[in-house]
Ligand binder design. Structure first.
Ligand code: AMP
Ligand code: MG
Length: 379
């Protein structure tokens, strides 16, 4: 077990654990955000036939004058024209045999004949050509393209199934009433939302009391690819996640040189990878963003690295990277950072009231006017 590792080392160690994803076939309308598991060749040419890009007339460009002999719409079978003839045509309708240009409705029947308003068969996509590649993230446009290519279902990678377990005798599910000494359990909701954001499938488990037996039972029953716990990883007598993992699990690292979020733990429980987040709400959220997300979803970064000019003084931390919550504002192309709320690691409001974090190297404070490294959340 490695103790008190840097953030970089923590990510490196987590990356030694990888997950075998399998493939499932799903409806394209269910596929937003999913990762395509195979190359997809188009089933059709797009356009499938030459058609009009405009409402107007299909004409022969060599004709000087024309007479209208009929009309054709999208979905119709191709008509035919001879010398001096024109057919009223709607956008998407097949080009009549003999026609080689479109006159726009705005220009009138004797207007300019424009060949480039014919959309040619296959000018967008060719049947058989791979147009969506394995690994593609399914965006709204990619979903539309899959449909254009003729797919109603597509193969995607299965989502990682993650059990989210919070621990603590003081925790009560929100919506219930609190007795003295109790607080609402909040970490699992934020962590589950973060997991969804990076494409995983979280299941929030019932709150586990501070007992070795209860925790062991819940871990054993978790039936998932990855277990994420919160709370119970510090030095305290009742930090049972750490205790149980020390005694019966396997720990790869414990404690990371970061503040907030110092005591996370990573290892495995009877073959299932387990990440133990700290209990403090800011700490659990932040450790997920800084270590867990880059491990599970390196292609879905939750923030950008930027430089900001500080407009408030912030204190760093001895021997640890310090993540103060800051509001980053773009002022005429220059980014500035301000702190606006109490910075305690128990204050999750600080993560809502700010859109970024300082990335202060160990033992470094920032003064007003200093340029510092920062992380700017994507949303
Ligand atoms: P722990 O790491 O278990 O010592 O918890 C540290 C602090 O975080 C304590 O004040 C706990 O009450 C609080 N905490 C732990 N788990 C949660 C949770 N799931 N939701 C909200 N607060 C929590
Ligand atoms: Mg606790």
């Amino acid at each position: 077990m490695e103790k008190f590792v840097t953030i970089e080392r923590a990510i490196e160690i987590t990356r030694q654990t990888s997950f075998q994803s399998t493939v499932e076939i799903i409806a394209i309308q269910e596929s937003l955000g999913r990762t395509l598991a195979e190359d997809l060749p188009s089933k059709v040419d797009d356009p499938a036939f030459d058609n009009s890009a405009m409402d107007g007339w299909a004409v022969r460009s060599q004709d000087k004058t024309r007479v209208e002999i009929g009309q054709t719409c999208a979905g119709a079978t191709p008509a035919k024209i001879g010398p001096g003839e024109a057919i009223r045509i709607m956008t998407g309708a097949p080009i009549p045999e003999g026609a080689d240009a479109i006159v726009m409705i705005e220009d009138g029947l004797q207007g300019e004949a424009r060949p480039h308003f014919i959309r040619r068969q296959g000018e967008n996509l060719h049947a058989g050509k791979v147009t969506l590649h394995r690994g593609q993230k399914m965006t709204p446009a990619a979903i539309s393209l899959a449909a254009t290519m003729g797919y109603d279902k597509i193969p995607v990678q299965t989502k990682l199934r993650v059990a989210v377990i919070s621990t603590g005798d003081e925790l009560i599910q929100p919506g219930k009433s609190l007795k003295s000494g109790e607080i609402y359990e909040s970490n699992s909701y934020g962590i589950a939302a973060l997991l969804e954001k990076i494409g995983c499938e979280p299941t929030i488990q019932p709150i586990v009391q501070d007992s070795l037996d209860g925790l062991r039972k819940t871990l054993d029953a978790s039936d998932c690819d990855l277990i994420i716990t919160s709370g119970g990883v510090s030095m305290g007598e009742r930090d049972f996640v750490r205790k149980l993992m020390e005694e019966e699990g396997q720990i790869h690292f414990w404690k990371v040189a970061m503040r907030p979020g110092g005591p996370p733990l990573f290892g495995s429980w009877k073959g299932t990878p387990l990440f133990g987040l700290p209990g403090n709400p800011v700490s659990s959220h932040l450790v997920f963003q800084i270590i867990v997300a880059p491990w599970l979803a390196p292609a879905t970064p939750l923030f950008k690295r930027v430089r900001v000019k500080m407009l408030d003084k912030v204190k760093g931390a001895p021997h640890k990277v310090c993540f103060r919550r800051i509001q980053i504002v773009n002022e005429n192309g220059k980014l500035t950072g301000r702190t606006q709320t109490h910075q305690g690691s128990g204050n999750i409001h600080s993560m809502v009231a700010h859109n970024g974090l300082t990335y202060l190297q160990p033992n470094i404070d920032a003064d007003v006017g200093d340029q510092i490294d920062a992380l700017w959340f994507n949303d």
